[in-house]
Design a protein around this ligand. Structure first.
Ligand code: AMP
Ligand code: GLY
Length: 427
């Protein structure tokens, strides 16, 4: 088969790494990819939002399957375009991708389907939004409706902060078009977990559970980021909790989508708060989580390609052929980021030590934002590397990941020292 992966970050490096091991694949492309991805796939200089060009590429190269990494092409309708042209693509169509593209849409589906989630109100004018805030207890969470690269969620400890957040979004347009609406939510207390499933619209195939670390500093301090590290499995998702998530969330969600005339095919990422009263949905993503995808791909024993094909072909119920098998060993990903991230960050620093990890047996270093010049690796993004290791238990995986981190350095390198600490404390 010929496969094309769209994207260039750590998630796509992990997808390419896994897909490149499939005996079904004889040619692998990535658009645009990166220097590191180029070691496993042929990179083509087309960006994820250039969906027409991507369709041309898939036609020209006779690609058998395209796998979409990031959300933007999905909300732009890449799956609709590929389907019109008879090209196979893994990822939901534009209507289904609204689950991520519009928080207001997601909340309506949650409400209509009776799925547990924070109580909320949706507003386009600041005065009504502020009246809602005044009527409800603090803290609350103010969210820009659309895609805001993980930055459009403001946790407000009191009413003044919430009013300022509403003004930022609706009056000062801090998030541009993404902030034409705000969603204001009850603040939920608990432990977060990420739960991803493959779905063909009728059936779901759960992937291993995971937990992200959203804040930039240790002990969950500082601003939210795209994710500073992840581990899998997440012990908070016990087998009983797993069943509850399937029955209380995914089953009604698929029916709710069908009622809207939407057939979802692809991966649904459910961001959960595990509260005292059970699992509640914080958000949906229409794609694999990043960095969660990195430890999850490391733990997936089965070939990924038949699972993606079964998703597209509506055959996820044929479990004999498409059961996912997992390595028991947990995996941990520590993200190394650039000075300044998630704000404006430094670029162009030389990364030292990667050569020492070329034949690392305990894991793999996924590249999220690097380039290569004259044989030297340079930083080129906010999240730079995802150092991902396996271990006999979670503590051992953490030790292995940080041992590898200690070999790497550049000017301004930052990382959290407490990835998976919560999981270790539970053991
Ligand atoms: P979202 O993009 O909606 O998942 O929000 C990003 C992060 O903000 C989540 O991962 C949570 O850490 C936090 N968050 C969002 N909504 C809530 C909520 N209702 N209660 C508590 N924390 C929240
Ligand atoms: N790590 C969270 C996300 O991918 O949105």
């Amino acid at each position: 088969m010929k496969i094309l992966v769209i994207g260039s970050g750590g998630r796509e490096h992990a997808l390419v790494w896994k897909i490149s091991q499939s005996p079904k694949v004889n040619q692998l492309f990535c658009a645009p990819g990166s220097a590191a991805i180029g070691e496993l796939a042929q990179c083509v200089a087309v960006n994820p939002e250039q969906i027409e060009k991507l369709a041309d590429l898939a036609e020209k190269e006779k690609i058998d399957l395209t796998v979409v990494g990031p959300e933007l092409p999905l909300t732009l309708g890449i799956a609709d375009l590929f389907e019109e042209k008879g090209l196979k693509i893994f990822g939901p169509n534009r209507a289904a991708a609204q689950l991520e593209g519009s928080k207001a849409f997601a909340k309506e589906i949650l409400k209509d389907s009776g799925i547990p989630t924070a109580s909320f109100g949706t507003f386009t004018d600041a005065a009504s939004a502020k009246r809602y805030v005044a009527k409800n207890p603090a803290p609350c969470v103010v969210k820009a409706d659309g895609l805001a690269a993980g930055k459009g969620v403001l946790i407000c400890t009191d009413h003044e902060q919430a009013e300022a957040a509403i003004d930022d979004i609706l009056v000062r347009h801090a998030f541009g078009q993404a902030g034409e609406k705000v969603v204001i939510e009850e603040f939920l207390d608990g432990e977060e977990a990420s739960f991803m499933v493959l779905t063909d619209g009728d059936h779901v195939l759960p992937l291993a559970s995971s937990q992200d670390h959203k804040r930039v500093f240790d002990n969950d301090e500082g601003p939210n980021t795209g994710g500073m590290g992840a581990y899998s499995p997440a012990p908070v998702v016990t087998s009983a909790m797993h069943q509850r998530i399937l029955h209380e969330i995914l089953k009604p969600l698929l029916s709710g989508l069908k009622n809207e005339g939407i057939r979802y095919r692809g991966v649904i990422y459910v961001g959960l708060m595990i509260t005292k009263s059970g699992p509640k949905v914080l958000e949906f993503n229409a794609r694999f989580g990043d960095p969660e995808c990195q430890p999850i791909m490391m733990r997936l024993k089965s070939d990924l390609v038949p699972l993606l094909e079964a998703t597209i072909d509506g055959k996820l119920n044929q479990v004999q052929e498409v059961q996912a098998e997992w390595y028991e060993d947990p995996a941990v990903c520590v993200v190394l980021s650039a000075r300044g991230y998630p704000g404006l960050y430094d670029k162009g620093h030389e990364i030292r030590g990667l050569d020492k990890l070329r034949h690392w047996e305990k894991g793999f270093v996924f590249h999220a934002g690097t380039t290569k010049e004259n044989g030297r690796w340079l930083t080129s993004g906010g999240r730079v590397l995802g150092v991902t290791a396996r271990g006999s238990d979670i503590g051992n995986a953490v030790t292995n990941a940080y041992a590898a981190v200690s070999q790497i350095s550049w000017d301004g390198m930052h990382y959290r020292k407490d990835i998976a600490r919560r999981a270790i404390l539970r053991n």
